[in-house]
Every structure is written in structure tokens, then in C-alpha cells.
Design a protein. Structure first.
Length: 133
């Protein structure tokens, strides 16, 4: 009987593990932006949501982005996963807001500017302020 209880406890602890990856808050604005973009390119929208400023508009935008990603052919999604992120410009607007403009190699002709804000001590991406060029 003790063996069964021991095995059940081990199984329950294993099930409560960290899953695919441990989500750790970004140390700074640049890390938040990079982690968000990388997660979105990889199709890991659970992780992208972790680095997203939570409000109704941003939640709607990330759901649309996820749906658009899922509707892409497998070859396009594969290109996104293999894409590198190139930061072109970074601006600190104040102690809790910054932007960075980047492109990703799967679609290098388009650049995107992300706004990253610090809220309650955590750096988060604000999709409402995305500027595509």
C-alpha cells in the first residue's frame, strides 16, 4: 500500500511540473520584446501572452494574431520558426516605456515598432501601439 501511495505522490508532483517551459518575467524592456516576438514567430502564444500587457484590446489583437498564424501554410510557419530577429532601433521614452523597431528575416522588407511598458514591475508588450512600416 505504501508503494502505491508513494507512486501516486510522485506522479502528481511530476504532473505539477513546469510544463513545456518555465515562464520567467523579462529583466528589461528589450528582453520582453524579444521574448514576445520569438514566441509569436514560434507559434507559442501561451508564452507570447505571458509577455503581453493585459487589457481587452491587446487580448483581442493577440487572438487575431494567433488565428492568422494558425491559418498560414505549414511552410510559412516553418519559415517564421527559423527566422531571426534583427533590432534596428531602440528608444527609451521614460523609465517605464520604450520602443524598439525590428524586422524578422522571414519578412525582412517589413519593419515593426513595438511599445514596451513596465507595469507593476514587469516589462510587457503593448500591441495597441504596434507600428508597421
Amino acid at each position: 500500500m505504501k508503494k502505491i501511495i508513494y507512486i501516486a505522490l510522485l506522479a502528481s508532483f511530476a504532473a505539477c511540473g513546469e510544463g513545456k517551459h518555465a515562464l520567467v518575467p523579462a529583466e528589461n524592456d528589450l528582453d520582453a520584446g524579444r521574448e514576445f516576438v520569438r514566441a509569436a514567430l514560434d507559434g507559442d502564444f501561451e508564452k507570447a501572452n505571458f509577455f503581453l500587457l493585459k487589457d481587452s484590446t491587446n487580448e483581442l489583437l493577440i487572438k487575431q494574431q494567433e488565428q492568422n498564424y494558425r491559418n498560414q501554410p505549414a511552410g510559412v510557419r516553418s519559415e517564421y520558426k527559423e527566422a531571426s530577429i534583427r533590432i534596428i532601433e531602440r528608444k527609451t521614452l521614460d523609465d517605464s516605456t520604450s520602443t524598439f523597431r525590428y524586422y524578422q528575416s522571414a519578412n525582412a522588407k517589413d519593419t515593426t515598432t513595438l511599445r514596451i511598458v513596465k507595469k507593476e514591475g514587469q516589462w510587457l508588450v503593448d500591441l495597441k501601439s504596434v507600428i508597421k512600416m
